[in-house]
Design a protein around this ligand. Sequence first.
Ligand code: ADP
Length: 551
Amino acid sequence: MTSERQAASGEMPDGQSLRPEQNGSGSPAPARANILLVDDRQDKILALEAVISSLGENIVKARSGKEALRHLLTTEFAVILLDVSMPVMDGFETAALIRKRPRSEHTPIIFVTSINNSENHISKGYSLGAVDYMLTPIVPEVLRTKVSVFVELHKKSELVRQQAEQLRQFEEAKHRRELSEAADRLDVETKRNRFFTLAIDLLAIASFDDYFIQLNPAWEATLGFSADELRSKSLLELVHPEDRTTTAEHLTRLKLGTAPRYFENRYLCRDGSFRWLGWTAAPFATEQLVYVFARDITSRKAAETEIQNLNGELERRISDLTDINSELEAFNYSISHDLRAPLRSIRSFAQFLREDSGPELKGEREDYLRRVESAAKYMDVLLLDLLQYSRLSRSDLEMVPVSLEAAIGDVLASIETEVQERKAEVTIRKPMPSVMAHPATLRQILYNLIANGLKFVEPNQTPRVELLSESNDGWIRLWIIDQGIGIAPQYQKKIFGLFQRLHSTETYPGTGIGLALVRRGIERMGGRVGLESGAGAGSKFWFELKNAAAV
Ligand code: ADP
């Protein structure tokens, strides 16, 4: 590449470009400055270049004013060395055009002129914005000094410009950051405000002297008072008179940090009614503020009052029912008791009749008398059972440790004849523990369950009853297991009711009171009773009482 073309392309002879260099720190170091040499004569250009090349700057060469202007379009120069006497467009014309362009308006121009024309040229040059001039023949030292002054100046101003640019960028980044932080803060604040405004609960901030400072719109929606109205009154002023003392005490304790955070009171509404509010308040002593969160609990309170009323009503009814029950039981007892006296007369007179009549009593008459006797006997059994049932409900049961083994032994002894007659088998799995029970009631229960086990079998079946006990977590469960006719599931609950029987008295005699008595007796002793069975599958009755060893 020739030096001319190098100059035209803005490249250094060693191939380096005009682009600014970067230093190691990342901020651009002032690049080598560009110096433009303009002269139509190659030899003069070379002479100038030879002098200033030692400055180590980037030298660009132009052989005409036009070419110089072309360079100025793309490149910024620290200084222009401009030959005055050039053909077509001389140095002055070129300088005038350079000055017209804003980019090169202030670029220093040193005119190079011969000593002969110096006087004219110098004054004209100054008028066209030259900053200096050089007279040929050139004194190398002077040229280098002058050029280096402008180069230094250019580099300094470039540095200042870069620093100013860096500062501007830094300021701009800082400003942008501050702007974005402010926008974020605004966003958060807006969201918080929206939360505060839109919350359906009553949110507020109150001062330690019991005045609202800030309230959300839910207050007005709930109480009807505007935020201004609420702020103008002491917190206590609108509290229901009956709740005022407790509220004042609560507020005092709240500020001391000793109150529970939640409390309830009634608060006045604009229409004169009161609404129940449930308050959760958090005091901040350092700020002398209380953050309040309240909820309208009027409907909950109304529901609670309704439930209380219903409960009261229920209790009244239970007590009425208990009274009626005890009256009925007393009535039942006295009827059962009083009916036995006329029954005894019936039975006695039937007996007299039989004895007096002797052998004359036969046929239909004898049958009638037999029926009277049997009905009277059944009625006596029924009345006795009813009396027992009533007694069980009325009397206090004293609970003592009772040996199951002994109680079962007593019961079996009382039915020994029947067991033998019916060739029944009763097995007791020993040993058996003791339970907490009322001895007579326990014996009665055992009797009913064992007797039922022996009774409810198919006509030709041998009655078999097995008794075994289980211990579980402080309780003893006694099983009374038979292999009789069993009970279908749909009847298993029903048979514990009074007078509930699944068979006619002709098939299986009985009054239907036995299991009712079992259930009431067990329940009165604090236990439970149950049954596992199926039609034709035998029955497993069980009851549970407290283990005497665990009490
Ligand atoms: P009762 O024995 O006087 O009939 P209960 O109250 O003792 O009255 O029994 C009610 C009914 O339950 C009985 O009539 C019978 O139908 C049924 N039942 C009770 N125990 C058994 C049993 N072990 N096996 C089958 N059925 C039974």
